[in-house]
Design a protein around this ligand. Structure first.
Ligand code: HEC
Ligand code: HEC
Length: 279
């Protein structure tokens, strides 16, 4: 608007910024305006000069940042396509799209998005072993200088199990691609190291639980034999009420020997003692 105003009262200013031979004239005009000492003129003149040299920026935009699948079955693949728009004036490059659990995989058809273009970001979530409310963040990193990291979410309410987890059924987290994170990093480890490799992703690195994923395992009285036994039983055979917690004992189809499970219970006892003792 101001630019238009200037253009009207002094066409030379506008012309000078678009045509090279006029640059000298433009400098003369700005010097003259500066000499007038008017802030108003100084600012508008600056804007006029800045016009053609304006820095063009990409701008990421998600028309939808949360998608809720509603009630869904366990053991299925849920798919949703988010739209990613470039509302900027320069190509937008998507560097990564990533979710913490490998059960959720975001995929982008194209990484370079032209100004004004919209591209699908397909997200697939494997609901195997999930139960109740599940929410997964997907972190999208791009070359947008203002919002370099945008987090979008998918949600679902996974139906309760029809039956209890039987020992005849090998839990999916112990198999195939899932095992890479949920089992393999713990092989050959024991105690705290084994806990951090196999259990911490759900129960937290300090065993204090992660809200809406898994409960805290400390601080409790693991010197109470019955209590320690009951915890060991859940680790070995799995939870009867929540399918995210499968039996880890070899006898239940899991990856751990009894002495490895004992080493975790030992670690939880020591960690609890440390937390409970007066500091
Ligand atoms: C890249 C490593 C990785 C892979 C591969 C992986 N997970 Fe996970 N998983 C995690 C992490 C980290 C968490 C805890 C954080 C979270 O909930 O996102 C987790 C949590 C979970 C949970 C409990 C939380 C929830 O979402 O209800 C379940 C169930 C689960 N994973 C199942 C699976 C299944 C099934 C597979 C294979 C299809 C799988 N995971 C593959 C890393 C992985
Ligand atoms: C994929 C997520 C996940 C992983 C991995 C996992 N747990 Fe769990 N765990 C849970 C959930 C969810 C519960 C709650 C079950 C319930 O309410 O019965 C649970 C319950 C427990 C309980 C019973 C807690 C209580 O208060 O009753 C113990 C003990 C336990 N887990 C230990 C472990 C150990 C040790 C490991 C590693 C060897 C492990 N968990 C790995 C999700 C997980």
């Amino acid at each position: 608007m101001l630019r238009f105003f200037i253009h009207k009262i002094n066409p030379a200013v506008h012309e000078s910024t678009t045509k090279k031979p006029g640059i000298r004239k433009s400098i003369e005009v700005s010097v003259a305006l500066l000499c007038l000492g008017s802030t108003f003129f100084f600012l508008t003149e600056n804007q006029v000069l800045a016009g053609p040299h304006k820095v063009l920026l990409p701008k990421i935009f998600f028309p939808e940042t949360v998608f809720d699948f509603g009630i869904a079955d366990e053991g299925v693949q849920l798919k949703h396509s988010f739209k990613v728009q470039n509302q900027g004036e320069k190509d937008l490059l998507i560097k990564t799209a990533f979710s913490t659990c490998g059960c959720t995989i975001p995929q982008l058809k194209k990484k370079r998005i032209a100004p004004g273009e919209t591209v699908d970001l397909d997200v697939v979530m494997d609901t195997s072993m999930k139960q109740g409310d599940v929410s997964k963040p997907i972190e999208v990193r791009s070359t947008d200088p203002v919002n370099p990291v945008v987090t979008i979410h998918i949600k679902a309410k996974i139906k309760s199990p029809h039956g209890e987890l039987g020992s005849d059924r090998t839990a999916k987290i112990f198999t195939g691609r899932c095992a890479a994170c949920h089992v393999q990093q713990g092989i050959g480890k024991e105690g705290q190291d084994l806990f951090e490799a196999d259990c911490a992703m759900c129960h937290g690195y300090r065993a204090k639980g992660i809200p809406s994923v898994a409960p805290p395992l400390i601080p409790f009285d693991y010197h109470d034999k019955d209590f320690a036994e009951s915890m060991k039983k859940i680790i070995s055979e799995g939870s009867k009420i929540h399918r995210s917690m499968p039996g880890y004992a070899k006898s239940a189809g899991g990856p751990l020997e009894e002495k490895e499970i004992d080493s975790i219970v030992d670690y939880l006892r020591k960690k609890s003692d440390f937390e409970l003792k007066p500091h």
